[in-house]
Design a binder for this molecule. Structure first.
Ligand code: ZN
Ligand code: ZN
Length: 266
């Protein structure tokens, strides 16, 4: 029996932190292994993501697709090093297409940097897929919806569905209707909870607001990430009680770097 038969998605956190340097929380990045897709996906690529991928002994050469939510450095810093590695690793030539999904700003980021910072070989099989609000993608075995969120830079959230199992990534965003719609009925919602309940900041969520979104969207499991030190250094009990104050009764998981979760439909 294929060991993946009993779950739909495997999610490994490569970075549970933010832009603030922390020794045990790298900036945002997730490695996602959907069933039946060899190589897997990278979702956001903050600094250190490739080193953590190597630490869990996964092969960067086989990544099928990359999804980038926005161009803030804590979400995109390892994109160029990733392309550099695929282009310059001795005795390796990427032949399968590498898909990069993201908003227009990511395309522009690549346009400005490729040829200046690094040059890819002429036949490098890079395929950029531009996403925008309410864009739907249907691929063999999976589908995606992207939504524009409310953040200080144009940002997209992602909702993937594989065989009835729904995984949602809320990227960086403050509380907004698009986030509620994107998250509706998710089996796993990955959400930022940057700040403490009593310290709201524009463009981001607090622990309490993240719980509110999970509650209002009837989410099965809530994975809280993008932790600034104020939340990350709090005891688990205190963090969880701030989220529970929202009334959310489902499972709450606080992200730690290199933690893995298997997601099955309920
Ligand atoms: Zn961020
Ligand atoms: Zn951001």
């Amino acid at each position: 029996m294929n060991p993946r038969d009993n779950f739909q998605f495997k999610v490994t956190i490569l970075g549970s932190g933010s832009c603030v340097p922390q020794p045990d929380r790298y900036p945002s990045s997730y490695f996602i292994q959907p069933p039946g897709i060899s190589g897997g996906w990278l979702v956001d690529l903050g600094s250190g993501a490739l080193q953590h991928l190597a630490e869990i002994k996964e092969n960067y050469q086989e990544i099928q697709s990359v999804f980038i939510s926005h161009v803030h450095p804590d979400h995109i810093s390892s994109l160029l090093p990733f392309l550099q590695a695929l282009n310059y690793t001795p005795n390796f030539k990427r032949k399968e297409p590498l898909f990069i999904y993201g908003p227009w700003e990511v395309k522009e980021y690549l346009k400005r940097n490729l040829g200046f910072s690094i040059s890819l070989r002429r036949d490098f099989p890079l395929e950029f897929v531009e996403l925008r609000d309410k864009k739907m993608i249907n691929q063999e075995g999976w589908s995606l919806i992207s939504r524009s969120l409310k953040h200080s830079s144009p940002t997209l959230g992602f909702r993937w569905e594989v065989d009835g199992c729904i995984l949602v990534y809320g990227a960086d965003s403050q509380f907004c209707d698009a986030l509620l719609e994107l998250a509706e009925g998710a089996n796993l919602l990955i959400l930022e909870s940057s700040f403490r309940k009593d310290n709201p900041n524009p463009g981001h969520l607090t622990t309490f607001q993240a719980g509110k979104i999970a509650l209002e969207s009837s989410v099965e499991k809530l994975l809280l990430s993008h932790l600034y030190p104020g939340v990350g250094n709090l005891s688990l009990e205190k963090r969880e009680s701030e989220v529970r104050a929202s009334g959310y009764k489902g499972e709450i998981i606080f992200a730690e770097d290199l933690m893995s979760l298997n997601i099955t439909p309920r």
